[in-house]
Design a protein around this ligand. Structure first.
Ligand code: NCD
Length: 297
């Protein structure tokens, strides 16, 4: 279905500028609800806090009634109904849009072809999380130019759908990408600049995106990995004094403060982690408005 957002592979600069422009307008002052009487189905078959609630908030602000499905508890999935059947039944209620989060084995592109309403990917296994990458870039763009940006990803890059979506769109700005993390959690092949220590990477980067270790997606977890992360790749408070004043610190959340980042880093004045959350609402609202009006070309 056209008007869907499944990934960022073919996103153009014009589309990006349109959504950033509208998100900035919304940030400045709320817009009138445009879609009163219509609904948006928010189907989350994997856990979520920020993404689900920010989509819910964005829907309400745009005038869309959110129909929220979170996990299977209390639903007919407990009686054995499949994810696909659940989705088809919700689609039969004719929401104006479906926002969907599901695991690796879900056939997102096929489902999007079969349904008549726009589908928004709100996190698909390890493949992509396009709205998160967009809101991260919007957050950076509020402070710095994205052109030629040096952006460092730290942590479990191989399993991060957030990083995967960034890698699809960053070439649009000729951004330089740095990576840093345990060898087993780095992409197997890439032209990215590899830093063996976080300190080294931090002295190079304009912005650093810390990532959670996706221990639910692989079994290379355990005590040894956690120790390796703490020793070599955790963003600790000792690194703050040497960090340049204008380096931006981001994390899509949820943050495991005792693992990849210290609480002091989370709360540092260079940290934009809670700005990312606010921007998630404006950006998603802008996206919904543009997509539903067929205005995002
Ligand atoms: C991320 C996700 O679910 O992919 N979080 C988010 O949506 N804000 C990152 C994560 O789970 O680590």
């Amino acid at each position: 279905m056209t008007n869907s957002l499944l990934d960022l592979k073919f996103l153009t600069r014009v589309q990006l500028e349109k959504v950033f422009f509208l998100a900035r307008e919304i940030k400045r002052a709320p817009l009138k609800p445009e879609f009163l009487g219509q609904t948006a189905a928010l189907l989350f078959f994997e856990p979520s806090t920020r993404t689900r609630l920010s989509f819910e908030s964005a829907c309400v602000r745009a005038g869309l009634g959110p129909l929220v499905f979170q996990g299977g508890a209390g639903t007919s999935m407990e009686k054995g109904e499949s994810l696909e059947d659940t989705l088809m039944n919700v689609a039969a209620m004719k929401p104006a849009v479906i926002v969907l989060r599901a695991g690796d084995d879900f056939h997102l592109s096929q489902v999007a072809r079969e349904l008549s309403m726009p589908i928004l990917n709100a996190g698909w296994g390890r493949y992509g999380h396009p709205t998160q990458a967009l809101l991260d870039l919007f957050t950076i763009h509020e402070r710095k130019s994205l052109e030629g940006l040096k952006i460092l990803f730290v942590g479990d890059i191989a399993h991060s759908r957030v990083a995967a979506s960034h890698f699809e769109i960053l070439p649009l700005f000729n951004a330089q990408v740095g990576i840093c993390g345990p060898e087993s959690l780095l992409p197997k092949e890439s032209n990215f600049r590899k830093f063996s220590t976080l300190r080294e990477g931090l002295s190079w980067a304009d912005a650093v995106v810390c990532l959670r270790y996706q221990l639910e997606r692989h079994d290379s977890g355990g005590k040894d990995l956690k120790q390796e992360i703490r020793q070599s790749y955790a963003f600790t408070k000792e690194m703050l004094p040497k960090l340049p004043k204008d380096t931006l610190i981001l994390h899509p959340g949820p943050v495991n403060q005792s693992v990849e980042m210290d609480a002091e880093v989370y709360r540092d004045e260079r940290s934009l982690i809670l700005d990312q959350v606010s921007h998630g609402v404006w950006l998603r609202e802008a996206l919904l408005r543009l997509l539903l009006k067929g205005d995002w070309v």
